[in-house]
Design a binder for this molecule. Structure first.
Ligand code: AMP
Ligand code: ZN
Length: 136
């Protein structure tokens, strides 16, 4: 199912041309227009889902299979030293386009791309409290 005014629906289904690096029946993988590094790509489902929470489990599994295939192609062809898989859900998490997508970000030694977080130092009690909240 597509959504009328969704740009990623239109790109994924070929209504708007894109730099497609891989495509299968359910997904299109395109070059990000604002890449963090050379070859930064996005896995887009052809069906519309706002985010991971809106997606059936099976489709999420298929998305990761496609991500793995495309990641291998990017790494090999571009000679990347590593690759980050990033997937944002909700504005608080940095999601700017409300159509599920997986970022594939090839990494190169010393590329200075900033996509990591600052680790904090919770106490054992604080970690236990978080776990209790999750399990409760
Ligand atoms: P996010 O912040 O996870 O929602 O990521 C959205 C990503 O989509 C950003 O990295 C944008 O650079 C990228 N993007 C937005 N519009 C387009 C477009 N028309 N073609 C390619 N990439 C896009
Ligand atoms: Zn969409």
């Amino acid at each position: 199912m597509r959504e009328e005014n969704c740009i990623f629906c239109r790109i994924a289904n070929g209504d708007i041309p894109s730099r497609t690096v891989y495509e299968d029946e359910q997904f299109r993988v395109i070059l990000d227009m604002g890449p963090a590094t050379k070859g930064h790509a996005l896995v887009l489902p052809k069906d519309h889902y706002a985010d991971l929470f809106a997606m059936p489990e099976e489709k999420a599994a298929e998305a990761m299979k496609t991500a793995k295939k495309a990641a291998a192609i990017l790494k090999e062809k571009l000679g990347a030293d590593g690759l980050n898989v990033v997937q944002n859900n909700g504005a608080a998490a940095g999601q700017t386009v409300q159509h599920f997508h997986i970022h594939l970000i090839p990494r190169y030694q010393g590329d200075n791309a900033h996509i990591l977080w600052n680790p904090t130092e919770p106490t054992a009690e604080e970690l236990d409290a978080v776990l209790a909240q999750i399990k409760g």
